[in-house]
Each structure stands twice: as structure tokens, then as C-alpha cells.
Design a protein around this ligand. Structure first.
Ligand code: NAP
Ligand code: MG
Length: 482
């Protein structure tokens, strides 16, 4: 059985506890991927101390020199992304095409971010005084703790580590305990790219232990977190103690509002793919369709038909459009939401069950599920399910739809499908979400800023050009030169 180690200060080291846990394939629980470290706060403290030490020199390198290391990393990643896609599929469960899609998108995002080394610009302003130049420059903030979820187990760590390093910060990564293998592959790439020791560190184990330790460590100057809103809130509270900067990307209850849209077939295709990709385990998944009543019957019929044709199965099977959910506990959570929606009076129009028999008995498979007759006050209309479940809510008109769109604590992504220009403008101006999609599903791009508002996000948006606002602080310089 393969046993994996933490990567600290350029070396593969056992956790101080010398304890390990098994990681298994969600498509087939008899397939044990390996044993991974159950680390303790001693291990994170060590990693942070090494990252702090490495920061002293890494932060002083010319950005172009730091970029050279990352160019080498990208070349190695570009050679390995298909293999990493296979690792991802086995560990996380999403269909192989989606898994390779994730690792190839990592290449794209890296290629954009590495260019930020030449765009770490500040501002210069005319002074009020003669012979004074006023400038604002950026400085890297220090050690970054990156805490990541299991649903994009390769891309999310990349999206945090690479911009941090480009900006001159050093990194300690704590990946989700369900998907550490992808993080090991990332650390191996840094090792092969000969990144200086201590610049990138990986510590694996339980978030309740390691996340706490990282959030409370005063040498950590920034915490970039992607995960649930509850854990994000806890991190924010801990970080406040030492005024540690945070970048929090959290849950969503993303709506698609459909009203007066001629091409319902197109809308249904877009909604289905945004709802059921990665078995619905995407923070930006569409999980609520809000439809004007005159088009509701037709849209529901199309969605139920199309979702019903999606094949569920192991991610490695080319026919599978929906893979397993990530583990048994996630399956129980999802089934709980479905059951309670029935108690509240909603109708399960498609699916609603765990799949059993044959290959399904080996893993955690749930049917694509469409729930109709949902009213905006039901749990299924408000809470993030994080599974292959779509709720459909009917409204009388566009204005009521818009009110339902915003009637949630979340504010990540939203979509509208309408042919009426004035309604598009109303939606753009009124939708309380970080990302708005007009006449297509909630799919983001690799250079565009990514983030949310309300309970979905706090701090600088990640990906594109906004990310450096998290990894750098401003310094204001007044220079009397004569
Ligand atoms: P999670 O339970 O919040 O876990 C995320 C990370 O936090 C994991 O590494 C976890 O470690 C760690 N963690 C757990 N308890 C912690 C604590 N007390 N202090 C610090 N860290 C702690 O989320 P998840 O279940 O992995 O992922 C699903 C959630 O992520 C969903 O809500 C989804 O919407 C959200 N998400 C948001 C985005 C976005 O960009 N907005 C993207 C993807 C996912 P363990 O794994 O060891 O518990
Ligand atoms: Mg969790």
C-alpha cells in the first residue's frame, strides 16, 4: 500500500504523530488509493516556520526570477496534466473528461498568473509639493495558509499557490482530507521544478486540527480558504485575533431565472450542465431554477427529460456523465435534503434515490434529481445541497423572480435567461452575486476574477488580476528628490 508523506522545507517527512489514514476511491470503495498523514499542529507549526524563513529570500527575488521557477513548473504540469486527471478521477470521482478538464484548466490559469509577475503594478500620483514623487507600491504579505476543499482538488490549490508565489509569498497548503493525492502531485511538481526549500509546503490531515492551527499561527499573514460558509466564518473569527488577512470563497445557492426566453431548449441544456457537472458538487452549480409561470411546464418537461438521460456511473467509464458523490456522508446529507423536501410538500419529478445494484453497490451514486412544486421558503430553495439536485420554483413575473433570486444568504453566481433587454439590465444591476451570467449557465473562465458576496465570499476575488490584491499589501512612498 502506497504511503504518502508531508512535504516540508523541501523534504518528504512523516507526520509527528506517525499516524496515517486511508483514502478511497468514491466510485469503488474496495480501491484504497493510499495512506496519508494524520498530521498535528506541530507539523503545521514546523511548516509555517520554514515558510517564514524561506519568505525572507523568496520575497526579495526579482519577480521575473520567481516567474522562471513557475515557468518550469508549468512545463512539467503541461507534460503531466492527463495523468493528473486520472489521479483526480480516481480520488474525487468526477468523470474523466471533467477531471482532465480540471487539470488542463490548471495549466491555463497558471499561464495567465505567471504573467502577473510583470503586472505587479502600483500607482504614481502627482504630489502637492514641488520635487516630491508620490508612489504606491505592492509588497508580498508573507506566509500564506491555503486551505482547500475536495471538489476541485487540483485546481483550487493551484489557484492559491501559484499567485501567492508569483507575488513573493510562501505557502503552506492544507488540502481537504478526502483528496490529498492531488495535492501530493502538486508538491511533486514543485519539487521537480526545484523551487527553493520552504517556499511551498504541504501538510495533510484533518481540517479541524490543522485548519485551526494555521488560522491561529501569528506567522501566517494571509489565509486563502475555499470551502463551506460555516468553516469560513470560523477561520475569519480566528484570523481576527492577529489581524490576518483573509480570502474566503464559500458556498452558494445559485439561481437561474428564466422568463420570456424563446430558446427553452438551449436554456435547459445550459441549466442541466451547470447543475449536474461534478455531480452538482460545484460551488457555482445552478441549484435553483426560478421560472415565470407561462414557461414553467415546458421548461420543467425539458429539464426532466434531459437530466433523465444522463448516465450515472464510475468516472473512468467513458459513458458516465455523472460520477459518484464524494463519500457516504455526503450521500446521506443529500438524501436528507431530498426527503425533507418531500415532507415540506415538494414533488420529486425525477430521481431522488441512491442507485443500487451492480457497480453502484461499490460506490456512492445518486440519481440526477429534479424537485418541482418548490416554494421559496422551503429548505430545498434556501440551503446549499452540494449534490445532483435541482429545485424548480415558479413565479408570476420577472420582478417576483428577481426578489426570489436575492432571497438567500448566499451571493456567488447567478444566471438569467431572457430576451427582454430591460430585464437583462435589471438583473445585472440587482442580482446580489459576485458573478452574473446572462443567457448561459454559471461557468467561469480562467482569466476572469472569481468570487462572491454576502455569505459566499470575503476578500479579494481570486483568479484574474484581482488576486494580487490579496497576496500583496500597499506601501505608500513620499520621495523628496531635490
Ligand atoms: P469544508 O468542510 O469547509 O472544508 C474546506 C477545507 O477546510 C478542508 O480542507 C477542510 O479540512 C478545512 N477545514 C475543516 N474544518 C476547519 C476548521 N475548523 N478550520 C480551518 N479549516 C477547516 O468544505 P468542503 O466540504 O471540503 O467543500 C464543500 C464546500 O466548499 C461547499 O460549501 C462549497 O460551496 C464550497 N466551495 C466553494 C467554492 C467557492 O469558490 N466559493 C469552491 C468550491 C467549494 P478537512 O477536509 O480535513 O475537513
Ligand atoms: Mg466538509
Amino acid at each position: 500500500m502506497a504511503k504518502f508523506l508531508n512535504y516540508i522545507n523541501g523534504e518528504w517527512v512523516a507526520p509527528s504523530s506517525d499516524q496515517y489514514y486511508d483514502v478511497i476511491n468514491p466510485a469503488d470503495r474496495s480501491d484504497v488509493i493510499g495512506q496519508f498523514p494524520l498530521s498535528s499542529s506541530q507539523d503545521t507549526d514546523k511548516a509555517v516556520a520554514c515558510a517564514h524563513e524561506a519568505f525572507q529570500s523568496w520575497s526579495k527575488l526579482l519577480p521575473s526570477v520567481r516567474a522562471d521557477y513557475i515557468y518550469k513548473f508549468i512545463d512539467l504540469l503541461a507534460d503531466e496534466f492527463e495523468d493528473i486527471g486520472h489521479v483526480l478521477c480516481r480520488e474525487q470521482g468526477k468523470p474523466l473528461a471533467e477531471s482532465i478538464g480540471e487539470s488542463s484548466r490548471a495549466v491555463k490559469e497558471c499561464r495567465y498568473i505567471v504573467g502577473e509577475s510583470t503586472r505587479l503594478y502600483g500607482i504614481s500620483l502627482p504630489s502637492e509639493r514641488p520635487n516630491v514623487s508620490n508612489t504606491i507600491v505592492r509588497e508580498p504579505i508573507g506566509v500564506i495558509a491555503a486551505i482547500t476543499p475536495w471538489n476541485f482538488p487540483f485546481l483550487t490549490p493551484i489557484r492559491k499557490a501559484i499567485p501567492a508565489l508569483i507575488a513573493g509569498c510562501t505557502v503552506v497548503l492544507k488540502p481537504a482530507n478526502i483528496t490529498p493525492h492531488c495535492a501530493v502531485r502538486l508538491a511533486m511538481l514543485f519539487e521537480k521544478a526545484e523551487i527553493p526549500k520552504g517556499v511551498f509546503n504541504l501538510v495533510m490531515g484533518k481540517g479541524s486540527v490543522l485548519g485551526e492551527a494555521l488560522s491561529n499561527n501569528p506567522l501566517v499573514k494571509g489565509i486563502t480558504f475555499t470551502g463551506s460558509t460555516g468553516v469560513g466564518r470560523q477561520i475569519n473569527l480566528s484570523a481576527a485575533q492577529h489581524f490576518t488577512k483573509v480570502q474566503l470563497e464559500m458556498g452558494g445557492k445559485n439561481p437561474a431565472l428564466v422568463a420570456d426566453f424563446n430558446d427553452l431548449n438551449f436554456a435547459a441544456d445550459q441549466i442541466i450542465s451547470a447543475a449536474f457537472a461534478n455531480a452538482g458538487q460545484r460551488c457555482t452549480a445552478i441549484s435553483r431554477v426560478i421560472v415565470k409561470k407561462d414557461q414553467a411546464d415546458a421548461l420543467e418537461k425539458l429539464i426532466v427529460e434531459k437530466a433523465g438521460q444522463m448516465t450515472v456511473g464510475p468516472g473512468m467509464e467513458p459513458t458516465s456523465k455523472i460520477g459518484p458523490v464524494v463519500d457516504d456522508a455526503a450521500g446521506d446529507d443529500i438524501m436528507g435534503y431530498i426527503e425533507r423536501s418531500k415532507t415540506e410538500g415538494a414533488t420529486v419529478a425525477l430521481g431522488g434515490n441512491r442507485l443500487t445494484g451492480g457497480v453502484y453497490d461499490n460506490g456512492y451514486y445518486i440519481e440526477p434529481t429534479v424537485i418541482t412544486n418548490v416554494s421559496p421558503d422551503m429548505e430545498i430553495a434556501k440551503q446549499e445541497v452540494f449534490g445532483p439536485v435541482l429545485a424548480i420554483i415558479r413565479v408570476d413575473d420577472f420582478a417576483q423572480g428577481l426578489a426570489v433570486v436575492n432571497d438567500t444568504p448566499y451571493g456567488l453566481a447567478s444566471a438569467v435567461f431572457t430576451d427582454i433587454q430591460a430585464n437583462i439590465c435589471d438583473f445585472m444591476n440587482t442580482s446580489q452575486s459576485g458573478m452574473v451570467h446572462i443567457n448561459h449557465g454559471t461557468v467561469s473562465e480562467s482569466f476572469m476574477p472569481f468570487g462572491g458576496v454576502k455569505a459566499s465570499g470575503l476578500g479579494a476575488f481570486s483568479i484574474g488580476t484581482t488576486n494580487k490584491d490579496f497576496f500583496t499589501n500597499y506601501k505608500v512612498i513620499y520621495h523628496q528628490y531635490k
